[in-house]
Design a protein around this ligand. Sequence first.
Ligand code: SDX
Length: 430
Amino acid sequence: MSKDTLSVTDNSTGKTTEFPILRPVHGNPTVDISSLPKDLDYFTFDPGFVSTASCKSDITYIDGGKGVLLYRGYPIDQLAEKSSYLEVAYLLMNGELPTKAEFEDFDAEIKSMSMINESLKSFFNGFYHDAHPMAMMTGVVASLSAFYHEALDMHDDEHRRLSAHRMIAKIPTIAAACYKHSIGQPIVYPRNDLSYCENFLNMMFSVPAEEYVIDPVAVKALELLFILHADHEQNASTSTVRLTGSTGANPFACVAAGNAALWGPAHGGANEAVLIMLDEIGSVENIPKFIAKAKDKNDPFKLMGFGHRVYRNFDPRAKIIREMCHEVLSNLGEENPLFELALKLEQVALEDAYFVERKLYPNVDFYSGLIYKALGIPEGMFTAMFSLARTSGWVAHWLEMMEDPSLKIGRPRQLYMGAAMRDYVPEAER
Ligand code: SDX
């Protein structure tokens, strides 16, 4: 009996089978059960994939117990302090930090792709002004494949690289266009003399009537927020991108599918839901009432921005964003009662046995919206900001999956609990 196998005995037949144990670089040893149906004629049952590894990946590692997040082995706090979002996007896709020359080439290519086809701009006019930005982004991103027929062979390395770069280059232009449409202002073209985050701020807030001065505090805050949101291993939206890509769908359709998954309030939609919740709580006096609601099993209310499938400790991103909140809000001279309320809510929750027992801590979404709001970005755009940043992680996982020679179409099984086989009943006998 090898030490690197797990023995499983079927007590109904007495048959024992050994399954290989896979040893990762970091993280839990993992049992390879792919031969289970053939060896023992069984499936496994794991709703929500709580204990199921869907793939092998080299990109990101999370230690939920220690609150550690690594992008290609580099700790998130070091990247947040020393890197830029575009450099992190390069790292996620290529596995190594770029040399100066490599980054300059990458930056130049991204800039050369940042415009969207003029006829794509008319798509926005098809939306009513109060369309949710995520509805617009999902629709417009999915339609991108209609403009690049010449590079959609998913088995062609160059086509895949080109599509990945096009996605990263155009997503800020699309996100800003969603915002401009919602406020009735003209869509602003990208500018190649600006950095990725400077360009996004200019497309969001400049108007033809006057010069827009880009605030370096806002640029630094965006670089940090985008780095922190860039990737997070096999979360719901990234798993959606992978499942969609496993069918051979084009990367624009895959990213649109990920965008749709991220929109949910249990996932990336939480940053918008946190601000709505803080507005609803209103004052420190109301905190106990909402903490009680969050603990009440008969009340569907959850403390938005709290809890995580993987982190059983502080989300390292939440700690970094909380510290940045102080800097951004004081730099912008913003009195921010919502930030004070959030700090108090965090303190009360983390002293409450319900949250402590369940290891529920603030996650990345708890503070991020406060900074977006301080930068003048409306709540409806918060999830679009998350989607913009996560696009580099989505395309990195899509590239990794498409380059895997063992790629198979994703097709989970089920535990069928429906009606047993039966014959059709004529209407007269029903
Ligand atoms: C993101 O996966 C990722 O990596 C995602 C993400 C990324 O970068 O891609 O990190 C981004 O999505 C962050 C999460 C944002 N969502 C929210 O803030 C919404 C509020 N959080 C919850 O919906 C919840 O915590 C989840 C969805 C985040 C995690 O849910 P799980 O892992 O399925 O946990 P669970 O529901 O099984 O909770 C365990 C217990 C339950 O109570 P009991 O049945 O054991 O009594 O904790 C309770 C839950 O009811 N619980 C909460 C709670 N979160 C969990 N109770 C009140 N408030 C909460 N927020």
